[in-house]
Design a protein around this ligand. Sequence first.
Ligand code: DCP
Ligand code: MG
Length: 383
Amino acid sequence: APAEPLEEKGQVAPYICQRRTPLLHHNTALTDALETMAEEARFCGSDVRSLAFSRAASVLKSLPWRVKRIQQLHTVPCVGEHSQRIIQEMLEDGMSAEVEQVRQSERYRTMKLFTKIFGVGVKIASQWYQRGLRTLADLQLHQIKLNLEQQAGLLHYEDLNTPVELWEAEAISQVVRKAVEQISPGATVTLTGGFRRGKPCGHDVDLLITHPSEGQEMGLLCRVISILDSQGFLLYHSTHRNSLPSLEDEELWVSDHSSTMDHFERCLSIFHLGDLAGSNQGGAGAQKLGASTGSGASSLWKAVRVDLVETPYSQFPFALLGWTGSRNFERDLRRFSKHEKKMTLNSHGLYHLEQKIFLPAASEEEIFQHLGLEYILPEERNA
Ligand code: DCP
Ligand code: MG
């Protein structure tokens, strides 16, 4: 029999940001099961439990070998008792009865259905479930009040839950780039989020807008939105005018929310991506074929969620690092910074809490250097 892979005996680092986590890995069946458990825990409001399953899934994604026996995990961090039980079931029976039970449960299925509406989180979905609602039609039947975001989410439910492909993300980036260049030559648009990590598809398109002359980016997002809107590209948009606070204000860096804060101007939008069938009829302004709610298979256009963020150039590397994800990777980067380095990291900067100084950076590589971490490529951040 072939010897056990050497890697198996190697140490697995405890923080996600110390590990390389590729998109394609060797333990997909196990991580799918654990992620279902993490999602179920989140639906129950048990964030701690959810995080534990999520961390276990993340560590399995980073292993360069396939787990065949539970004993192989004894030296691997972050795999708790409950996760081990699930893994053992999977290894022995090829499936886990507990996970299957979750997947088939009415609560899990309903929560999944509702939280897939843009603008609906666990809290609201949970309230609806408790009121006895089970289908999207029930929302109308019970005359549930929806805000504008949720109304748009419901209207475009099918499209918004159809994966966005890379070429679609690139087409949208190009449309935004054109609008940006029209207003402010030299300004840049960067595709980030899952696509930057090499994912072939995603649930939305995350774009960062900046300008190499500091200050030139101010007001850019607002004007871009108005151009895109006038061109008929926006089905929905809402801008969060977060006035950028002074980063010199120490409170920002010591508060509980300091590491999750994101004060950039940000626009949540739904794009009208036209001409999917290569037809030139009407372009962006084309009417959707088929039913007026949702989208028929014959549609020539598609609704796509797009997040636009405006950032000052000096903060761009931090914003890029913060928006590239994955969420698990980000969470551990911040945890590592705080607990191992006494620093606060967020999408605006890096602050040393004891020396009370900012650590500027011109690239993501420099941020990793400040933290004493080996550089991890975006493609290796798929935790
Ligand atoms: N992010 C953040 N703060 C927010 C929103 C997002 O720090 N308020 C970060 C974490 C995410 C990244 O930005 O990893 C992009 O968010 P998405 O939800 O779009 O996640 P992904 O792009 O990784 O996934 P998907 O491919 O499903 O879009
Ligand atoms: Mg995304």
